[in-house]
Design a protein around this ligand. Structure first.
Ligand code: WT7
Length: 639
């Protein structure tokens, strides 16, 4: 494990330099820590002009052998997966490595019997329960490609994703509970499948004993399909470059894209970053509070920790149920050593007051992480003082769905910390800041576009079914570089501070939405002619959604509250409740240039309350629109 685990800041510097001087040898050595059927000879092929990267292409392996089988020799009875239920008075469920291995094999046998084969897509739409992890790993054992959809997305959003990647089967549950809310997942799946004929079967896990409709011959109960299956399933060999999963994420265009990750590179990079960012030690309990429906859950609940033989925890509930101390209560209950959450959760718990966290000593904690959006200084300091009790490293992890794993971050208790700075790049990561002309910015403290000049093992491989989209999105802005879409600056010590998105992407509570995607959803409403959506700073959510909506003249007679409620419904139906705008302002027209382009810059300034900084409006078709909109700009709260 000498090459694998970074032991000090000097060790980091040494390894970082090696990883830049000779990246291929660096990752080849890390790859040797894993179990291969055939060790790769072709280590890296890449071309940032076309956006094609291949790592370990001729290697052969099965990822679940690395996540499960190889730990059976010395960790068969160690806890692999801990599950903490929504309800305070229900029992924790835990799986040892041996039990998880058996459960995964059983389910893999069931999938095999149904006819799921290597390369088939499998849609997973499930609550945060152990069966979600088991389902993903069973797919991986077969070489099938899982496509997990966050269970907060609507039937339409689920349907769109399925139409794009054509899964053979869907795995779901009767329902989901979070806090005191319940959602009937199975009926959402039924609705999503209405126009789809390529889904052969739906497997339903009975999580909540809900009364659900079963469609004869298509729908199967999880417990029935696994009942008589064997606990042995011989892992299917995949190549290093076979796709492991597809995960949809939003971009600046309307339709979410299916980010594809490949088996070997993703495994190696998530394991490496998990171990080093969190400085995991034997017997530690690692807890990431993300939902597995997002990349953070894929990489740091499932793949990274299990690849390292760690104990990883899943939580079904929310931080404020039954009270706003649930996180701290769980940390004490399971003696959690490393904790990873989102700034939005930290800010919301901060708003509840320190009396919820102060009574908890949280002695087991060593490293506490923040991920998904910029963490402001106040939240960073609160997290460090009240959760970390000033003894734990706060690691701010910058990365993206497309990067697969953490790219820029402090390494727990090893690296220097600086509030609001994500910090230094991980070994193998070569960031640059580019100016508008595409020149590399060398000076300190100058803002630029954050790009990467060399591939790391878990870089996005393609966007499913449409590689051109991948090339255009990530590799065409600055030829020869991977373009992240974020602005950042670097201090004199080389530490990076992420400023935020520079494209039309809004990050609401760590959830990513394209402005066009939300506008499309709003425009589905019959009363709406057109709309423009921008993000504005929000105390808890980081960013919130502000929508300017032009309505049909007849709709002006409608009661405003019900009009806004119906727009909320349109968004909830098209995407999900998470995308409902915080503010909707009804306007007569939008500020447009003479060529018809909406001037979002102006709308953003109005949303931010910086009307005096709007600047020149003379290029607008009708400059008077601006004063009309800003006069009425009001903060109508969501209902
Ligand atoms: C976007 C990626 C990181 C995985 C979960 C979100 C923003 C992410 C940070 C951070 C500042 C961050 C960026 C990035 N972001 N982490 N530590 N500091 N901003 O993945 O949904 O793909 O979103 O989230 O803007 O581009 P995602």
């Amino acid at each position: 494990m000498n090459d694998f685990k970074i032991s000090s800041f000097e060790d980091y510097q040494k390894k970082y330099d090696q990883s830049v001087a000779n990246p291929v040898v660096f990752w080849e050595n890390i790859a040797k820590e894993f179990t291969w059927e055939k060790f790769p000879k072709q280590l890296l092929n890449w071309d940032f002009q076309t956006g094609i990267t291949k790592w370990f292409e001729d290697g052969e392996l099965n990822i679940t052998v690395n996540l499960l089988d190889r730990h059976l020799a010395d960790k068969a009875n160690q806890t692999a997966l801990l599950w903490e239920p929504n309800e305070l008075d229900e029992d924790t469920i835990s799986y040892t490595y041996s039990q998880l291995h058996q459960a995964v094999c059983k389910f893999a046998n069931a999938l095999d019997k149904i006819g799921v084969k290597k390369g088939d897509r499998v849609c997973i739409y499930m609550p945060m329960i152990p069966e979600l992890t088991i389902a993903m790993l069973a797919c991986a054992r077969i070489g099938a490609i899982h496509m997990v959809v966050f269970a907060g997305f609507s039937a339409n959003a689920l349907q769109d994703r399925m139409i794009d990647c054509e899964p053979k089967i869907v795995i779901t549950a009767d329902g989901l509970r979070r806090g005191n809310k319940q959602i009937e997942l199975k009926s959402i799946v039924d609705k999503a499948l209405e126009k789809i004929d390529f889904v052969k079967n739906v497997i339903i896990f009975n999580a909540l004993n809900m009364d659900i409709q079963m469609q004869h011959s298509r729908d199967l109960w999880w417990n029935d399909v696994v009942k008589s299956e064997s606990t042995i399933f011989h892992p299917i060999r995949t190549s290093g470059e076979d796709p492991l999963f597809i995960l949809y994420t939003s971009g600046s265009t309307g339709k979410p894209k299916g980010v594809v990750h490949a088996v070997a590179g993703y495994m190696i990079y998530t394991a490496y970053t998990f171990m080093n960012v969190y400085q995991y030690e034997p017997n530690d309990v690692f807890w990431c509070t993300a939902d597995i429906g997002w990349i953070t859950g894929h990489s740091y609940i499932v793949y990274g920790p299990l690849a390292c033989g760690a104990t990883t925890m899943m939580f079904e509930g929310i931080p404020t149920y039954p009270e706003a101390n649930r996180f701290w209560q769980i940390i004490e209950k399971h003696k959690v050593s490393q904790f990873l959450t989102a700034p939005t959760a930290i800010r919301s718990l901060m708003a509840y007051g320190k009396e919820y966290v102060e009574p908890f000593k949280l002695k087991s904690l060593k490293v506490i992480g923040s991920v998904g959006e910029p963490i402001n200084e106040e939240a960073w300091l609160w997290y460090h003082e009240y959760v970390g009790k000033k003894k734990c490293a706060v690691v701010d992890n910058w990365w993206q769905t497309e990067t697969g794993g953490v790219m820029i971050s402090a390494l727990g208790n090893i690296s220097p910390l600086k509030p609001t700075y994500a910090g230094l790049p991980l070994p193998g990561v070569q960031p640059v800041l580019l100016d508008v002309q595409g020149q590399e910015i060398k000076e300190a403290n100058v803002e630029g576009f954050l790009c990467m000049k060399f591939p790391w093992p878990s870089i996005i491989r393609t966007t499913f079914g449409d590689h051109e989209r991948c090339r255009v999105n990530y590799f065409s802005q600055y030829p020869g570089y991977y373009f992240s879409g974020d602005g950042a600056k670097r201090d004199e010590n080389g530490m990076y501070r992420i400023i935020g998105r520079i494209d039309d992407v809004i990050n609401v509570s760590g959830h990513r939405f394209g402005t066009a995607e939300i506008e499309n959803a709003i425009n589905l409403n019959d009363a709406v002619i057109e709309s423009a959506v921008v993000g504005y700073p929000h105390d808890i959510k980081g960013q919130a959604i502000y929508a300017y909506v032009v309505i049909e003249s007849s709709a002006f007679e409608m009661d405003q509250t019900s009009l806004i409620r119906s727009i909320h419904e349109s968004v909830a139906n098209a995407i999900g409740k998470v995308a409902i705008p915080e503010i909707i302002q009804i306007v007569h027209s939008l500020p447009k240039t003479r060529s018809g382009k909406i001037m979002r810059r102006i709308l953003r300034k109005i949303a931010e309350g910086e009307i005096e900084q709007i600047g020149d409006t003379s290029t607008l078709l009708d400059p008077s629109v601006v004063s009309e909109i800003s006069k009425d700009s009001k903060k109508i709260k969501s209902i």
